[in-house]
Write a protein that binds this ligand. Structure first.
Ligand SMILES: Cc1cc2nc3c(=O)[nH]c(=O)nc-3n(C[C@H](O)[C@H](O)[C@H](O)COP(=O)(O)OP(=O)(O)OC[C@H]3O[C@@H](n4cnc5c(N)ncnc54)[C@H](O)[C@@H]3O)c2cc1C
Length: 472
């Protein structure tokens, strides 16, 4: 089925999937009170990408059907294709303030990566190449919402892969394989049509743990266990309900993966060879989202200093320039990754991998600083931000209007701004966002490990030797 509107997207989730949230089993994710606001945000995404006024930016013509399909799943063959992807990402991310971390575009970027290494995957088994192609076309034509799950639970990181409770093949059958174990975290799994389960590089002997596949979220034996919700009106600015993307553990209780859903099986060496390429585009999507998020933080903080009248203090403005520095440096990373693009062995054009990694390290280090500046420049108004129901209280309304506003803003609008600032920097939602920004692509040690293993320092060592007069 092709999803052509938010309404159709919501209907596609009525499939009897097994989901737990806030300690209860949910019978229907589309009608649940806590889940509904975020589902509505996702439906807005589908309405947006199907809106003819965005067609030029968000769509391209499918080579197989001639339909207009998502530009995020187009195989980029030139730098211009990459720039078109950026433009489309900017349009979507700006619409939602960079607050949704896993929209359907993210896994479409991953699917581009999987398609890029199709020939390598086919070396494990010819059928895997065909399966990749079929899934790619199916995702392209249906615009289904896929999410990802790449990580094992944290049971004992000091042990090898056997000690982690991760997903493992326990039986091979004529029609597929049976998998057991858990994958964490899969953001928005309750809201997705499918999940891309991919294995990160593992030791050579861990063959039973090596399986990459696509699973529907209503597969028999699959249990989706979400973390406690952030919504339920506990936030102040509405972000914690509208943008509360459920992060879930996927528990595979002996799930049959049909053979046509498998794209890699039992070959750690192929994972080692292909994983970097598979993840060539999705971190770029995340970088563009991060830029929008930094822009939003800068915009909110700019309004804060205006509304509390501190713009005349030079020290305040100097702090604000630090936020400008973060926004512009992130933008520079994106431009550099595009300028120094890489062409893969399949002839696809990818953003520069090393620069993307560098941008992740830069962003994870500086995101807490941006939040810290928002705290620093706000003062008490961040703490006292009132929610809108206070303004319905007639007895206190005149006092709120007198003491909670400012020369440039009404009390109500100031409360709205500080409510959003609270959600982004102090409340439950802020905590989830901070953890997401820190861990979503990879933990810092993984990025640094990759960097030290791949970065060519030899020209600089030679330079140092020459300057020091060392001959060998
Ligand atoms: C909110 C949120 C949403 C997410 N959504 C998704 C998603 O949708 N799909 C998805 O696939 N992933 C997602 N992730 C990412 C993923 O789940 C992991 O958090 C991420 O890959 C890091 O792994 P980990 O949490 O197991 O941390 P670990 O790898 O266990 O690291 C924990 C700590 O131990 C240190 N450490 C561990 N091992 C080593 C080592 N060998 N050497 C040095 N230090 C080490 C790390 O540096 C870190 O400080 C999400 C993460 C978060 C927080």
């Amino acid at each position: 089925m092709k999803i052509t509107s938010g309404e159709e997207y919501i209907s596609s989730l009525k499939d009897g999937r097994k989901v737990w949230l806030d300690g209860e089993e949910i019978s229907d994710v589309t009608t649940h009170r806590t889940l509904k606001p975020t589902l509505t945000t996702l439906a807005r995404y589908y309405d947006m990408v199907n809106d003819p006024s965005y067609d030029d930016v968000l769509r391209f013509t499918s080579p197989s059907t001639g339909d207009r399909v998502s530009v995020f799943i187009e195989m980029p063959r030139s730098k211009e294709d990459l720039l078109r992807r950026r433009k489309a990402l900017e349009v979507v991310m700006r619409e939602f303030g960079g607050l949704m971390t896993r929209f359907p575009e993210y896994a479409q970027g991953l699917m581009v990566g999987i398609m890029d290494v199709k020939d390598e995957l086919a070396k494990g088994d010819k059928s895997f190449g065909t399966n990749v192609e079929n899934w790619y076309v199916q995702m392209r034509e249906s615009d289904a919402f896929a999410v990802s799950a790449l990580n094992d639970p944290q049971i004992d990181r000091g042990q090898g892969i056997e000690g982690q409770g991760g997903l493992k093949v326990v039986e091979r059958k004529a029609d597929g394989v049976v998998v057991r174990g858990t994958r964490t975290i899969s953001t928005n799994a309750p809201f997705a049509n499918a999940c891309l389960c991919l294995r990160k590089p593992v030791p050579a002997e861990a063959t039973d743990y090596c399986i990459d596949f696509v699973t529907p979220l209503d597969a028999a034996g699959l249990k989706i266990v979400c973390r406690p919700s952030l919504g339920n009106g506990r936030g102040r600015g509405g972000l914690s309900s509208q943008y509360d993307e459920p992060d879930a553990a996927l528990v595979f209780d002996d799930v049959l993966v049909p053979k046509e859903n498998i794209v890699l099986l039992g070959t750690p060496e192929i994972i080692t060879k292909t994983f970097g390429r598979v993840t060539s585009w999705s971190p770029y999507h995340d970088l563009i989202r991060s830029i929008t998020k930094a822009e939003l933080l800068l915009g909110i903080t700019s309004l804060i200093v205006e509304y509390i009248g501190t713009t005349k203090f030079q020290l305040v403005m100097t702090d604000l320039t630090e936020m400008i520095e973060y926004v512009e440096t992130l933008r520079t990373f994106a431009r550099a990754a595009e300028a120094d693009f890489e062409t893969t062995p399949s002839g696809n054009v990818a953003p520069n991998h090393a620069i993307l990694n560098m941008s992740r390290l830069y962003y994870t280090r500086n995101y807490p600083k941006m939040i810290g500046l928002m705290h620093k420049l706000s003062g008490q108004s961040l703490m006292t931000a009132l929610t809108q129901p206070y303004f319905d209280q007639q007895e206190i309304l005149p006092y709120l209007e007198k003491y909670f506003g400012g020369p440039k803003v009404t009390a109500k609008d100031k409360a709205k701004l500080f409510g959003v600032a609270w959600d982004l920097s102090c409340g439950d939602f802020a905590g989830r966002q901070a953890l997401y920004e820190l861990f979503n692509v990879s933990a810092e040690h993984t990025l640094r490990d990759r960097l030290i293993k791949t970065y060519d320092r030899s020209p600089y060592v030679e330079l140092a030797k020459r300057i020091a007069g060392i001959e060998q």
